[in-house]
Design a protein around this ligand. Sequence first.
Ligand code: KG4
Length: 337
Amino acid sequence: MAKILGIESSCDETAAAVIVDGVLKSNIISSQASIHAQYGGVMPEIASRLHVENIGVVLKEAIAQSGVTYEELDAIAVTRGPGLIGSLHVGLQAAKTLALLYKKPLIPVHHLAGHIYANEFVGEFHYPLLALVVSGGNTEIVYMKEPLSFEIIGETKDDAVGECFDKVARVLGLPYPGGLPIDRLGQEGKDTYPLPEPLKGQKTYDFSYSGLKTGVLNLVNHLKEKSEEIRLNDLCRSFEEKALTPLVEKTMKAAKEYKVRQVIIAGGVSANTLLRAKIKEAAMKRNLEVLIPPLWCTTDNAAMIAKVGEKLYSEKLFAPLTLGVDPNWLLKDFRSF
Ligand code: KG4
């Protein structure tokens, strides 16, 4: 048990959180989403600059709310990647500076390990388990034989599923990020439009989303050419069915092959209403335990980084205070993937 400060800045959220003996004491997030929405996607240069502006304020608030001082912390955990390099850099420099100043161990954390372990705020993990990690940049099935052990058994060969939601939303004239508007419209629609089924019939646990994205684009162009009305609700639902069904089917198939006890979902797309319902139903049918994160855990935050930091700290998996001597230490595996 320990007092851990977590820092996250991998994309467009600047976040800091403090965990004390397993209890989340503060969780501050400054989101840049409304600014990037004007451009239809995250602008890396703007994201980095906003992190620079916000990191100090977010840290100050997270520490103040936690009731813990920097001196009292046991360690500082920070997202080491994956993410936008300029954005990551801001959080990493803040974390390194604090670690040097207050002489605290620094713990680099893989962003997706954070998304997976965010689920531990709401339930216990029962190993071996499978994590379906679905976000704007990732689509992976991860086998976890034991705590902090990550084996990717399937992944996307091209676009990530969240990226596909965002691109399809753009084609349909919906705002960025496109996941939530498609989710809402799809709830009112029916699966009536023909769309390609990515990698159908292939035996691997891999995914592909570029064909589906092009399929929606071709369909929309075709309907426009014929001046046919586009039933947005139905098109969103049809797209969701094709995008989400392989995620659920392949996860269930892998669950059987790997004989896991539990299935969990993580990342931004795990907020999707249809995906949550499908995974729950499929798991229940197979008598599998399933952990569905609350919505606050599906978006980027630093609580999840502090959570993994706490685990690595308890296993003494952190860097010594020799920052700068070995520039590669931040990339060291520390059992994350
Ligand atoms: O985890 P996240 O913030 O991305 C990365 O760190 O990569 O997830 C963002 C992604 C976006 O692509 C967004 O459209 C998608 O998650 N998303 C959703 C929903 N809410 C967010 N996708 C489908 N349904 C949703 N309800």
